[in-house]
Design a protein around this ligand. Structure first.
Ligand code: ADP
Length: 438
């Protein structure tokens, strides 16, 4: 038991002894009990009043009355809780100051909005990038200050983080990359950065590749034509014929690279478009492709099995679908041994995604290469790819076609065992179109 409680009980004991003595001497037991109780209750009331006054005045000074009993213990607890509270407050305000300083130092425009879209916090960069001034705009609704439907879309998005690119609200020539993340209690953290320079460089690069490919195409066609003409010349030594044949093959390869580069440029230029394309008979297209392959590239070398849902059609551009399927199938033929089986599937998954997949039992790809296969000119074995007529651009084209449709490419591969390349198309490319058609 604590000392304070011992003191308090001793006090009650002393009062009880006095009351008993008074009762024994006077014989008035009732009066003795009443008086002793009255003394104790009065003492308690005086203490409670003092405590109430002490708390009312901010619990700052020393507690004036009882400095030893139960009241002192209560006061000690209050003082301790108060001190802890102060410490917590101090720590919280330190953290809040640091948080504000961090946000202020960020080079990206950073704005925190509440559930009513009112600005709660902003930094210096927001002024330069979004035109939001801390002093003027704090407490204002962000959608009143930036009236761009894309921003609305971003804030309303259910994704977190949600990202999009939009025009700068203060300079139409600039493009911003804006991100919105859910944070705290129904708050959102919006960050924006200027990506105009990156976009300009990207455009320049794209334009350069497209122009260079275009410019090189005509002279190369002429050279290829002459080489073909020379090859058919009868009066020629074997050595010269061999060299001309070599040059002709290299020129054709260059032509193929230029064609692929131009295809890539066009796909990049086109970008994502939810509405593009018409209804395509994909089962028919795949069957035709497989039949062609059986007669040409895979003739006598590979077994091609198909597992096709004949009812599954898709809204797309036929030439792009053809190029996608053709690239994946020709890779399977190129990178799997003669006599092996290739399986082509066109099916829908339970989650609604439609997929075209090609499975082979070929050489497979080591895990460290898989994520890089869709980069331009990335090849696991450059010499081998060149020998078998690869350009290193096929998977890059496949990836771009899928991105433009809102789909993606999945690669599962095991070295020495084989690979499955799967092109996934989003639900709306098939399901919504079916609805439209019915
Ligand atoms: P390439 O013209 O060289 O085939 P791609 O872009 O089509 O270019 O493919 C890139 C690289 O990915 C290839 O060089 C090859 O190393 C690897 N690859 C693609 N498909 C397969 C496959 N089915 N099996 C094993 N490796 C593959």
């Amino acid at each position: 038991m604590s000392n304070a409680w011992t003191i308090e009980i001793s006090r009650i004991f002393v009062l009880a002894v006095i009351a008993i003595l008074f009762g024994l001497i006077s014989g008035y037991w009732g009066l003795a009990i009443f008086l002793s109780s009255l003394v104790y209750v009065t003492w308690m009331l005086v203490q409670i009043r003092a405590l109430e006054r002490w708390i009312r005045l901010g619990a700052k000074n020393q507690f004036a009355l009882d400095t030893s009993g139960i009241w002192q213990l209560i006061v000690q607890h209050i003082v301790y809780a108060q001190r802890k509270n102060k410490e917590r407050k101090r720590r919280l305000s330190y953290m809040a100051r640091r948080f504000e300083a961090t946000i202020a130092a960020l080079p990206e425009a950073t704005v925190v909005i509440n559930s009513h879209r009112e600005i709660e916090l902003t930094n210096q960069a927001s002024e330069e990038i979004l035109g939001i001034e801390k002093r003027r705009d704090l407490g204002q609704r962000i959608d009143n200050l930036i009236r761009d439907p894309k921003l609305q879309e971003l804030i309303e998005s259910e994704e977190s983080p949600a990202r999009l690119e939009m025009e700068s609200p203060i300079d139409q020539r600039k493009t911003l990359s804006v991100t919105c993340v859910d944070f705290g209690e129904e708050q959102k953290l919006i960050t924006a950065r200027d990506i105009s320079q990156r976009i300009a460089v990207h455009k320049l690069r794209k334009a350069f590749i497209a122009n260079a490919s275009h410019e090189l195409r005509t002279p190369l066609t002429v050279i290829t034509g002459y080489l073909e003409l020379l090859e058919s010349e009868p009066d020629m030594s074997d050595m010269v014929r061999k060299q001309i044949g070599n040059a002709s093959r290299q020129a054709s390869r260059m032509q193929k690279i230029l064609d692929d580069l131009l295809t890539l440029s066009k796909l990049e230029e086109k970008g994502y478009d939810r509405e593009s394309g018409v209804m395509i008979d994909m089962p028919g297209l795949i069957q035709k492709l497989v039949t062609d392959f059986k007669k040409t590239k895979a003739k006598g070398t590979h077994q091609i099995e198909v597992d096709i849902d004949p009812t599954l059609q898709i809204k797309a551009v036929e030439s792009e679908l053809y190029s996608l399927c053709q690239n994946l199938l020709s890779n399977a033929v190129k990178y799997s041994p003669e006599g092996s089986t290739i399986t082509v599937r066109w099916q829908r998954k339970e989650d609604g995604y439609t997929y075209f997949s090609v499975t082979d039992n070929g050489e497979g790809v080591a895990p460290e290469h898989i994520s890089r296969l869709t980069e331009r000119f990335y090849r696991v074995n450059v010499n081998r790819s060149r020998q078998i007529g690869g350009t290193g651009l096929g998977l890059s084209i496949v990836k771009h076609i899928l991105e433009n449709y809102g789909g993606f490419l999945d690669i599962q591969s095991e070295l020495g065992k084989g690979s499955t390349f799967t092109a996934y198309f989003p639900k709306y490319r098939t399901i919504e179109y079916e609805k439209l058609a019915s």
